[in-house]
Ligand binder design. Structure first.
Ligand code: PRP
Ligand code: MG
Length: 212
């Protein structure tokens, strides 16, 4: 039977909430914990557990039909891809922060300075828009440590509770964008699977309405 292939985050902040929303849609997934693939028992869907950053490419290639992914990742790595639903969880900001004793109060103040980030494209876009030149240092995790070790004057990273900034003596000076989990769709999805997607979207919309 034709099944809709959905990618969700393998581990990390979106994983649990992604599984929960499927569950709230009445979809039961056979979860062999260590398997990277699982099937639903009562809905034509197959779940692939993937690394966040890899998901845009899987969508592009049509290896998966849809994905639950942070809008921030889509903006950074999949700006060519479309999403059909906002899912209302994993809300966060992508922000610029500097050491709390810094005089900088906006991105403009980082002109000529160094910014450490895992979101180089996003940062570059905002720098270009505001005609600012800054050196971007790409780091894949623990970005907030960069100013403390003298690697950068400021950072750009996800802010959720704000506790990572606080613990590292940083303050947010500009919010570049706000993000939440979204349902992204492969440009290669077949018309048969689009029909399954419509059914899933109908359920998701009911779940989200029920929460309001
Ligand atoms: C993420 C993100 C921030 C932090 C924000 O890091 O990169 O550092 O969470 O959340 P907060 O505002 O609630 O503190 P994560 O812990 O996922 O690890 P990583 O940076 O190594 O990917
Ligand atoms: Mg982090």
């Amino acid at each position: 039977m034709n099944k809709l292939r959905i990618a969700i985050q393998k581990s990390g902040r979106l994983n649990q909430d992604s599984l929960q929303i499927l569950k709230n849609c009445g979809i039961s997934i056979d979860n062999g914990k260590d398997q990277l693939k699982a099937s639903a028992t009562n809905f034509p869907i197959e779940v692939f557990y993937l690394r966040n950053g890899d998901i845009p490419q899987y969508l592009r290639d049509g290896v998966v039909d849809i994905a639950i992914i942070g809008e921030n990742v889509l903006i950074e790595k999949g700006s060519d891809l479309e999403f059909v639903e906002r899912l209302g969880f994993s809300k966060c900001k992508v922000s610029i922060a500097v050491p709390k004793e810094s005089n900088a109060t906006s991105l403009k103040d980082l002109n000529g300075k160094r910014i450490a980030t895992s979101y180089p494209k996003t940062v570059q876009k905002f720098l270009d828009e505001q005609n600012i030149e800054a050196q971007i240092h790409i780091i894949n995790g623990s970005v907030e440590i960069a100013p403390n070790i003298g690697l950068a004057d400021g950072i750009c990273d996800i802010v959720s509770s704000g506790s990572t900034l606080f613990k590292n003596g940083l303050k947010e000076i500009e919010v570049l964008l706000k993000s939440e989990a979204v349902l992204a769709v492969s440009p290669e999805i077949s018309s048969e699977r689009k029909e399954i997607l419509s059914k899933l979207q109908f359920r998701i919309q009911s779940v989200l309405k029920g929460k309001q």
